[in-house]
Design a protein around this ligand. Structure first.
Ligand code: SAM
Length: 266
């Protein structure tokens, strides 16, 4: 990997351009992700292709998305010895990824990304909504965002996003990454989080389930009776009674399993 390539590059804050330069961490991400020659990797936010360089060593193919066209030459140079990488320039959020995947043959599909915080949730939401069939997402985010993904009931970070993500994935922290491992150095430390796809939950009506969860958390200080006006409160109350709770409970105290129970009963 050649870090000299960025010596004249003007890093753009608006795209969250802090490149991960620590080669040990880069290697570690690849080995802990268990990427192998059956794996197609979607990499979101290629940057100077530091991570792409190591990922493409182990993966069958890599499709990398990068919004900043001015990185083209650097990326081409960095990956000149690789014939299994395709780079797509553009905003990942606007890409027809499903059509792109049809051009590839693979057994496992992983997403690897090191993202600016403001785009993390929209990107994960797109991956879920596009129904790409992703087996695993390995994502590096700033520490506070990482903690929120895996928040437990009754904690400050627990919200409807936590439930949405845990409905689809087993989420675990892989490792902390110090701000010193990046260039330019950001103001925050990061964490690498793994999302492994699972199918352990089933609800009768997914749309209703997600709406119920969102509405339950609408006003954090309010209880379910107040947040769920307009729902059949008698049915919700009897579902809550089965778990020894009632309509005075707040959303933050309910587990994903309990939300599923309520959703399936209305
Ligand atoms: N993967 C590289 C690394 O680890 O060094 C770069 C990481 S840097 C934090 C994030 C990269 O994502 C930047 O290169 C930025 O230009 C790119 N990016 C930001 N928003 C994007 C978007 N919507 N679609 C595609 N790439 C984006």
């Amino acid at each position: 990997m050649n870090q000299e390539l960025v010596k004249d590059f003007k890093f753009k804050k608006k795209f969250g351009q802090n490149f991960l330069k620590d080669e040990n961490i880069l290697r570690n991400i690849v080995s802990k992700s268990e990427i192998d020659k059956d794996t197609l990797v979607l990499e979101i936010g290629v940057g100077a292709a530091y991570l792409t360089y190591y990922v493409s060593e182990q993966a069958k193919n890599v499709i990398g998305y990068e919004i900043d066209e001015s990185l083209r030459e650097i990326i081409d140079d960095q990956l000149k010895d690789r014939d299994n990488v395709e780079i797509v320039f553009g905003d990942f959020l606007e890409q027809d990824v499903k059509s792109k995947l049809k051009e590839y043959d693979y057994k496992k599909l992983y997403v690897v990304a090191n993202l600016p915080y403001y785009i993390t949730t929209p990107i994960i939401t797109k991956i879920i909504n596009d129904k790409l069939g992703v087996d695993k997402i390995v994502i590096m985010v700033q520490k506070e965002v990482g903690d929120r993904f895996n928040a437990k009931p009754n904690s400050k970070e627990y919200n409807s996003l936590t439930i949405f993500l845990n409905y689809y994935f087993d989420i675990k922290k892989i490792m902390d990454v110090s701000r010193n491992c990046f260039t330019p150095k950001p103001n925050v430390d990061s964490v690498i989080v793994e999302f492994k796809s699972h199918k352990k939950y089933s609800v009768n009506n997914e749309e209703l389930f997600f709406k119920l969860v969102r509405d339950s958390f609408k006003f954090k200080r309010k209880n379910l009776r107040n947040n769920l006006k307009g729902y059949d409160l008698d049915k919700i109350e009897s579902a809550l009674n089965k778990i020894n709770k009632d309509l005075t409970v707040r959303a933050e105290a309910l587990t994903i399993e309990e939300f599923i129970e309520i959703s399936n009963s209305i």
